[in-house]
Design a protein around this ligand. Sequence first.
Ligand SMILES: Nc1ncnc2c1ncn2[C@@H]1O[C@H](COP(=O)(O)OP(=O)(O)O)[C@@H](O)[C@H]1O
Ligand SMILES: O=C(CO)[C@H](O)[C@H](O)COP(=O)(O)O
Length: 429
Amino acid sequence: MTLYLGIDFGTSGARAVAIDDHAGIQAQAEFPLDRQTPELWQEGLWALLDQIPITVRQSIGAIAIDGTSSTVLLCDRSGTPVAEPILYNDARGVTVMETLQEIAPPNHPAIAATSSLAKLLWYARHPKLYPDALHRVATTGLFFLHQADWLGFQLHGQMGISDYHNALKLGYDPEYLFYPEWLRLALPQLFTKFIPYLPHVVKPGTPIAPVTAEMGDRFGLPADCVICAGTTDSIAAFLASGAREPGEAVTSLGSTLVLKLLSRDRVDDARYGIYSHRLGNLWLTGGASNTGGAVLRQFFSDRQLAEFSESIDPNTESPLKYYPLLKPGERFPLNNPELPPRLEPRPNSDVEFLHGLLESMARIEARGYELLQEFGATGLKRVYTAGGGAKNPTWTAIRQRRLNVPVMTPPHTEAAYGAALLARMQDRG
Ligand SMILES: Nc1ncnc2c1ncn2[C@@H]1O[C@H](COP(=O)(O)OP(=O)(O)O)[C@@H](O)[C@H]1O
Ligand SMILES: O=C(CO)[C@H](O)[C@H](O)COP(=O)(O)O
């Protein structure tokens, strides 16, 4: 029996799920990430593989890895990082926004302070932070990679390969499958001393190479176990849900609120933080809001969230109109880096306050889906929920009232399960 392994590197932890040909789970593993460094990612990858029983490992035919979108690093040909990685939520790229706007076409998804391209430009402007690199890369070359690309490299050993999900916010064109001319022309002007290699981009799930002999021997993986191109963590969560029809959507209620609506048509508009990933012949339209569970956690423990939610009547609309944010700045459905949080007035009752927060987040979610459809995405038919908020039935009922379509929790919500499905897909064409 051939098995498929999906590995997810998310915001707070890494997980692995092995599935069989019928998508049934055969083994699972977890590794907490209390910080995000390449050393810990590598340790986590080894620890996850070690936790999978050896009998399962010996049957693995393919592995795919997802990582946080727009977490990037510079490394040399051997994979050794030459500069600190820049994480998915790091907005230091705000200092290069003007340049981004000059080089990229209007409304391009790479025009955002947290995009991979913004981070590449930031590296270009700060060569003094990796002085060693100039010397080292003179002979080996310098490579710009995403977290998932770098983790895949640890297993297949082929430097400089990415997938068109991770590469979207770097500027790669997933429709015509190339780096557009505006990007190719801009690079030599941005990097004065050396130009890093941008990764060669393939379709997510494409077999890249068999596991290296060293890794195969160390973990007891078959010599022909193939390592596939990966994806981003929230697309892996979408794949896990099983949604596949245009009009089906997945809302991730994790630390942030991420919407993904499968559509026949592509929609992109940086003014509202709307962009589209390619999924086969369809488009995964959506955006990521800064509201979500992290704001809830600021006020309530998970136990209080569950307890207070039970006292909320989801059929009654809360009159409180908040914009729940941890700090100023929103990406979608309003793209306004200065938008202030609105969390007043706070009622004396915690239940009423929580009701207002859940209602307001449901309002933002509904506005997000409305906007995607206004811009031409396929009409919303059904919403699956993933993330910590999915286990709150009161919130689901509030969201269903606002969204006016069925809202359901799918049997599988874990990104690692979605990555395993991606690994299984390569075997099925
Ligand atoms: N019962 C609940 N109702 C609503 N939100 C919840 C509940 N339990 C946990 N959460 C929220 O879920 C979030 C964690 O979800 P998770 O998917 O693990 O997030 P991430 O992986 O993005 O960090 C927390 O921020 C927490 O506030
Ligand atoms: O905050 C995140 C960490 O990855 C989200 O998953 C991300 O913003 C969504 O990105 P993408 O649509 O490219 O998967």
